[in-house]
Design a protein around this ligand. Structure first.
Ligand SMILES: Cc1ncc(COP(=O)(O)O)c(C=O)c1O
Length: 389
């Protein structure tokens, strides 16, 4: 009998998948479910981007590109950094990848030896620790809470740093909390990591989705860090599977080697489509959507506390609210299950993002219309009245 590797069998599925499967069953029975568990925009890809992808397929752009991506796309990404953030970046440092997932796998493979450790926040995006485990590294999960804006800071990093630590990974805005790492804190982290000859990885996948301030990039502070980004979220291109990794100069050639071996290349039609994502026509549509996300966030920021949830830190970006539900339940997973069964609202329990206070938290994704969110809040109100502690 073939044996499943220990590496693979250690990887846990997302708990929300169980809820999602149940939601589909309920929908098949004719029940109406409002989805607030989904981590992707409800909007389809803007038409100019779709048109560019279709034209590329018609024109025969169906062969491999270079492993590091289409030269024109790498140039366009570099130009985006210049225009948006006034950061000048050589296109040769940009590796186009199959989504941020590809970028994370590539970056972690580039910097982590087996047995070395990396500091990650708990709660945080769950795939990171699974990638680390596949690479036989160790994740040091550092508890973060409202006192540190649900983000790692230089004090926490110093406190949890181990002799075998080789890297720190941050996400700003973060999934699940939507909070940002402040630029002065980022500068202190960059300094600490530099002193240790270690690596800093910053996942900026939600960069374009910031609501009350201008988006920033950690690249404005240092060239010796790794930046993960993607066309999935702000650009509404989750299914196209295209993202990018920015590497320090010394890593360009080894990243090319590794990308060739891991992926050969990101999907070619998707790369051509992504080229159109920076055009004014697409950006105009995307900015209108960002405004819609902001309205949805602001609606929930007012509505959820009235139901008994607390939102300890205002989420500045992404499309998530990480709400404390301890006034309503002792077990957020059961709460999410019952909420789905009884009132047809699907939400993600904290357990999917780590273990730190997970039973006290729920992630609400505002990836559905304002109308649906209003209906969901009405349903949640009924549910919380029924289940009051
Ligand atoms: C923080 C974070 N990083 C990376 C990803 C992976 O995104 P993709 O591979 O679609 O670009 C996600 C997806 O939800 C995410 O939330």
């Amino acid at each position: 009998m073939p044996q499943i590797s220990k590496r693979a069998s250690k990887i846990q599925p997302f708990h929300v998948m169980k809820l999602l499967a149940r939601a589909r069953e309920l929908e098949a029975q004719g029940k109406n479910i409002i989805h607030m568990e989904v981590g992707e925009p409800d909007f389809n890809t803007p038409q100019p981007i779709v048109d560019a992808g279709m034209a590329a397929i018609k024109d025969g752009a169906v062969h491999y590109t270079p492993a590091v991506g289409l030269a024109a796309l790498r140039e366009a990404i570099a130009e985006y950094y210049l225009k948006q953030f006034n950061v000048s970046l050589l296109a040769s440092r940009i590796i186009v990848t199959p989504g941020a997932s590809g970028a994370l796998l590539l970056a972690l493979s580039l910097i982590l030896e087996a047995e070395q450790s990396i500091l990650l926040s708990d709660p945080g995006y769950p795939c990171n620790r699974n990638f680390v485990s596949l690479l036989e590294g160790q994740s040091i999960l550092v508890n973060v809470d409202e006192r540190c804006g649900f983000q790692l800071n230089s004090d926490l990093i110093k406190k949890h740093w181990q002799a075998n630590s080789a890297a720190v990974l941050l996400a700003s805005p973060s999934n699940p909390t939507g909070t940002l790492v402040e630029q002065n804190e980022l500068a202190a982290i960059i300094e600490f990591v530099k002193q240790k000859d270690a690596s800093l990885l910053v996942d900026e996948i939600y960069q374009g989705l910031v609501y009350d301030q201008k988006p920033t990039t950690a690249l404005a502070l240092s060239d010796d860090i790794f930046i993960i980004n993607s066309f999935s979220k702000y650009f509404s291109m989750t299914g196209w599977r295209v993202g990018w990794l920015v590497v320090p100069d010394d890593f360009i050639s080894v990243a090319d080697n590794l990308a060739q071996n891991l992926f050969l290349a990101a999907p070619t039609p998707a790369q051509h489509a992504a080229l159109a994502a920076f055009q004014p026509g697409a950006i105009k549509i995307l900015e209108q959507r960002r405004e819609k996300f902001k309205q949805r966030r602001d609606f929930l920021l007012t509505a959820l506390p009235k139901l008994g949830f607390t939102i300890p830190v205002k989420p500045e970006g992404a499309f998530y609210i990480y709400a404390n539900c301890e006034a309503l339940t002792d077990n957020s997973f059961e709460f999410a299950e019952q909420c789905l069964e009884q009132v047809g609202v699907a939400i993600t329990p904290g357990i999917d993002f780590g273990e730190n206070q997970a039973s006290k938290y729920i992630r609400f994704a505002y990836t559905t219309s304002l109308e649906n969110l209003k209906e969901a809040v009405g349903r949640l109100e009924r549910f919380t009245l029924m289940t009051k502690k």
